[in-house]
Design a protein around this ligand. Structure first.
Ligand code: PLP
Length: 353
């Protein structure tokens, strides 16, 4: 498609001068400490990793006072997200998701032949409607919440997630995907993991840490919930283990106290500038975005605008069926967003196809 996404998750190369703001990647790439760690670790790459994965685990466990056995490391978070979903849903264990949200939940339900309840986000705040999610099914296997949400970038207050965890039927789990957590001012729900609740939390280094291609991520949960990952038999694609270079970069990134606040501010400034441009030009957008993406209403089939932007060499993100006139756009560098503004203005003032 215009995103350059092939089947199976492989992405196609794009012309070197294309502005790529389609996949919620971080244009800053890995932090300097991560790059240094990678080159040092690569020299030991003839051996299996005996230090970096545990350094990564220790750094995060210290930060959140997690007991041993409550965290596992993976190459990215998409793999363990599948494991969290597959180990809790099935033909008699439906999944409850928000809409629009990251499609991996919905896809996992199809794979597992589980019913998928797609509950629209709140119409004004675009937060997850946890009351409607609870009412959707008497005996679900899992609830999937992305916070901040992809594609809207909006926040679901922590107390709403806590309420769902406390009120949901026994035997179900709440899966919270915190891929975009660091871009927001939101409190994490990792303390619920430490409190042994029925919750699985996912984190990735693909977003604020700029390591989408390097691949590193975490799954957090009670040891019995994580142990169930091993029983997954449906579509049990090889997730594999993290490389020592990736683990070294992740561990180094976690120990740099300035990295997250610095990058959060850089992203926020560019996001605010871009939303101000949209506002000034009377384009409407989903309010309240707190991540490295936003959704803008193009008042025509979003896919048309996505294609027209591509001819201007600006790759923007995809469209969700529930919001067919909105496109998702990732926050790039200030220079990339200037190019976005010029191309978007041009495309929006061209006659519709
Ligand atoms: N979860 C969400 C909400 C995402 O947006 C993404 C990627 O875009 C992922 C998970 C998976 O990313 P990764 O496997 O790179 O951690």
């Amino acid at each position: 498609g215009p995103n350059g996404r092939q089947r199976g998750g492989m992405r196609m190369p794009m012309a070197a001068d294309t502005v790529i703001i389609s996949s919620n990647e971080n244009p800053l790439g890995p932090a300097p400490v991560a790059l240094e760690a990678i080159s040092a670790a690569a020299k030991k790459g003839g051996r299996y990793d005996r230090e970096y994965s545990s350094a990564m685990t220790k750094a995060i466990s210290d930060q959140f006072q997690l007991k041993p056995g409550y965290v596992r490391v993976y190459p990215g978070s998409g793999g363990p997200l599948d494991l969290a979903l597959y180990s809790n849903i099935g033909p008699d264990k439906p999944l409850v998701v928000g809409d629009p949200s990251y499609e991996q939940g919905f896809r996992a339900a199809a794979t597992c032949k589980a019913k998928c309840h797609m509950i629209p986000l709140d119409k004004t705040t675009y937060k997850y409607d946890v009351k409607a999610m609870l009412a959707a099914d008497p005996k679900p296997g899992a609830y999937y919440i992305v916070n901040p949400n992809n594609p809207t970038g909006t926040i679901t207050p922590k107390e709403d997630i806590v309420w769902l965890v406390k009120n949901k039927p026994a035997g179900s789990v709440v899966i919270v995907d915190e891929a975009y957590h660091h871009f927001s001012n939101q409190d994490s729900v990792l303390d619920l993991v430490a409190q042994d609740q029925d919750i699985i939390v996912l984190r990735t280094f693909s977003k604020i840490y700029g390591m989408a291609g390097v691949r590193a991520g975490f799954a957090f949960g009670r040891p019995d919930l994580l142990a169930r990952f091993e029983n997954v038999t449906v579509n049990n694609r090889q997730i594999g283990s993290i490389s020592l270079t990736s683990a070294s970069a992740a561990a180094a990134s976690l120990t740099d106290p300035n990295l997250v606040p610095l990058r959060r501010k850089i992203n926020r400034d560019v996001l605010d500038d871009t939303l101000a441009f949209l506002q000034k030009n009377n384009y409407s957008f989903v309010p309240g975005a707190q991540a490295n993406m936003f959704m803008v209403d193009v008042k025509r089939p979003g896919m048309e605008v996505q294609k027209m932007m591509m001819t201007e060499k600006v790759a923007i993100g995809r469209v969700w069926p529930i919001m067919p006139t909105y496109v998702r756009v990732t926050v790039g560098t200030p220079d990339e967003m200037k190019k976005f503004q010029v191309a978007f203005h041009k495309v929006m003032n061209e006659p519709t196809v």
